[in-house]
Design a protein around this ligand. Sequence first.
Ligand SMILES: Cc1ncc(C[n+]2csc(CCOP(=O)(O)OP(=O)(O)O)c2C)c(N)n1
Ligand SMILES: [Mg+2]
Length: 275
Amino acid sequence: MKYNIKQLEQMANTLRQDVIRMLVKAGSGHTAGPLGLADIFAALYFNVLKHNPKNPKWVQRDRLCLSCGHVVPIRYAAMARAGYFPLSWLKTLRKLGSKLQGHPSYQDMPALEHSSGPLGQGVSVAVGMALAAKMNKQKHFVYCVTSDGEQDEGQTWEAVLGAAKYKLDNLIFILDRNNIQIDGTADKIMPLKPLCEKYEKFNWHVLHIDGNNMKELLAGFAKAKKLKGKPKVMICHTVPGKGVSFMENKWEWHGKAPSKLEAEKALKKLGSLSW
Ligand SMILES: Cc1ncc(C[n+]2csc(CCOP(=O)(O)OP(=O)(O)O)c2C)c(N)n1
Ligand SMILES: [Mg+2]
């Protein structure tokens, strides 16, 4: 069943609460990116993706690659809510022996499509999957979530070149333009502007989206699917830490988990009555 905009917005808020609960229990991990990406993951898992949680290896499924692996808590939350595994597993994030590792582990959870963590690698995996789909005349799309920090990786641009060469119009990058990375604002660490023109000159279709606006997101995905002849990138402007005012737009929350007190405050801001 495809969720409507209101249901998707509610789901995004639920996912944000899940992320806070997971991280405080884990005691370490990444907070800002996952909160900023909640709307995108709600849209993907509850409206956009052709997938079957009960049959994760269904051949005709759309592939979702997560290249910036550190934001995986938001993907775990969306997968649990979509029925890939029990919600109780979310409490095991980052624990020894858990399937929910701090960075995606394909060995532990094949529904993730591939492992990631070293930035820049997942985009190449996505290009390979899209090329394979073309060669096999398969109809599914390959989506790849990548981050602005990842645009600093040389490997990203090798993948971008390759995708254009093979005119992979079954490939859609979802670029999280949240303007932060590990130890500063993204553009201070490495200026990326003009990012849109860079992708255009590399022969990609480029869309600009407010990545925290569900209506824009759904329209963006629909448009991206239709564009032909070139790979597509949806540059999604998101607010890192979205929904928790004391975390919003602060790079300091890139890789820090909330304390118990901070988590309680965050959950209140997200409208939760309990923890
Ligand atoms: C190849 C590689 N170099 C460095 C790192 C360390 N690292 C982890 S996250 C990160 C920042 C990435 O920026 P971004 O994905 O934009 O972070 P966010 O928006 O989630 O804060 C860095 C440099 C890494 N994981 N892989
Ligand atoms: Mg970033």
